[in-house]
Design a protein around this ligand. Structure first.
Ligand SMILES: O=C([O-])[C@@H](O)[C@@H](O)[C@H](O)[C@@H](O)C(=O)[O-]
Ligand SMILES: [Mg+2]
Length: 428
């Protein structure tokens, strides 16, 4: 239109700060969590003096990719998310590539993983510039609060040679029940997920049965991260028919999950955050009816809007939609909450590792993200609605420098205790 002036909010500067926070000795199919979890905090500063926040992984390879994107992002309008996507793609040489996940057992889209924290930071900046919460920018919140599930882990009482973390050991059904009882009492969770793949399947079935006896009304899930063969997966699914709301990644890969799904003939919904982790995984998974529920995760699906796209695709193909998590801080919890609030069909309680994080270790100012009845109220302030605590950021960055960890490696860490340990992949 002649004479119209369209203002833009260009990216002036981007800061990426790696941080480390304490993580208990949580067991999984590939080993045990190391004493610190690594994350990165992304700050996108605009010409208007606004700072948008994002959070992502903190391993060296990913940090290098994030840094490579920065020069390409300078000058891009934070409202032009297509240009943000092009800038990230250009920084990776334009080539589509897949990158191993934190545990080296899932291959995700590298560009989508890099794009995610910048997209979230741009949305936070947009919200701050327009005075609207991110959920409004995503089409509006369809719920005021987002339900999360208790996330139980088998665990040791302490890291090798370390002090006890206060949660105690959980190495049998009674230990798991005690742990979940505390989580439910403290946070009010209304659903429970057990991380499996640690002990022989029958022991994990017993833990699920003990949970069912203690919590007769709560939906339960079990996730052995592909530790079982298709035969074992079918047997466990049949045993837990009517007990689990879904069974997550019992066996690796789309063909394996498809075989289990076929043999179960709809008796148990299968869920995944391992065999469908990028858009190109959807056509084969749908064609083979490999899964009935997809766990989204904006950290590797390319940010909040692309995860909403995933939600629509799931709806079209009659798939359920849930949400996955890794160890994370408050910027991610805020982003997950806005996303789930603005995605109508994301109606399972979302995963979160939140209860495993120390209350005094976060990069956001406390007060906004509180759990009540197992749910977090959707922040209503501009953008993500959370404020960066710069002192805490500096402390957790110093901890990153001191801790010496530069990539997650649960298997090598486990081998310091059990030298013969072999990851459990289709092992039972
Ligand atoms: O933190 C863990 O040990 C989990 O196993 C995590 O890494 C998984 O990505 C995740 O929670 C899952 O649902 O598979
Ligand atoms: Mg999983």
């Amino acid at each position: 239109m002649p004479g119209s002036t369209r203002s833009t909010s260009p990216v002036l500067d981007v800061t990426i700060t790696p941080v480390a926070f304490h993580d208990p000795a949580l067991l999984n199919n590939v080993g045990v969590h190391e004493p610190f979890a690594l994350r990165s905090v992304v700050e996108v500063r605009t010409g208007d003096g606004v700072v948008g926040l994002g959070e992502s992984y903190g391993d060296t390879e990913h940090l290098q990719r994030l840094h490579r994107a920065v020069p390409h992002l300078l000058g891009v309008d934070v409202f032009d998310l297509h240009a943000v996507g092009r800038a990230v793609a250009a920084s990776l040489g334009g080539a589509a590539s897949r990158a191993g996940d934190l545990l080296g057992q899932v291959v995700q889209d590298a560009a989508d993983r890099v794009l995610s924290p910048f997209e979230v930071a741009c949305l936070d900046a947009q919200g701050k510039l327009t005075g609207r919460p991110v959920s409004d920018l995503l089409g509006g919140a369809v719920r005021d609060e987002v339900a999360y599930s208790a996330y139980a882990f088998y665990k040791w009482a302490a890291h090798p040679g370390g002090e006890e973390d206060g949660w105690g050991a959980a190495l049998d059904p009674a230990g798991i029940v005690t742990q979940v009882r505390r989580m439910v009492d403290e946070h009010g969770f209304t659903a429970v997920k057990l991380k499996g793949g640690v002990f022989p399947p029958q022991e994990e079935v017993e833990a699920v049965r003990a949970l069912r006896a203690e919590f007769p009304d709560l939906p339960l899930r079990l996730d052995p991260n592909g530790a079982w063969t298709p035969d074992t997966s079918v047997r466990v699914a049949e045993e837990l028919d009517g007990v689990l709301e879904y069974l997550e990644d019992p066996t690796p890969g789309i063909p394996g999950m498809a075989e289990v799904s076929r043999r179960l003939e709809g008796r148990m919904p299968l869920a995944t955050n391992m065999c469908v982790v990028a858009f190109e995984d959807l056509p084969p998974a749908v064609a083979q009816d490999a899964v009935q529920v997809v766990l989204s995760d904006h950290h590797y699906w390319g940010g909040l809007r692309r995860t909403q796209d995933l939600g629509r695709i799931c709806e079209v193909f009659g798939l359920g939609l849930s949400m996955h998590s890794n160890s994370h801080l408050g910027i991610s919890l805020a982003a997950m909450t806005h996303l789930a609030a603005a995605t109508p069909n994301l109606d399972y309680a979302c995963d979160t590792h939140w209860p495993w994080k120390r209350a005094d270790e976060d990069v956001v100012v406390p007060g906004v993200l509180e759990f009540s009845g197992g749910a977090v109220r959707v922040p209503t302030g501009p953008g993500l609605g959370v404020e960066l605590d710069r002192d805490a950021l500096a402390r957790l960055h110093e901890q990153f420098e001191r801790c010496g960890l530069r990539a997650r490696d649960d298997t090598t860490y486990m081998r310091t205790v059990d030298p013969g340990f072999v990851p459990h992949r289709a092992a039972w």
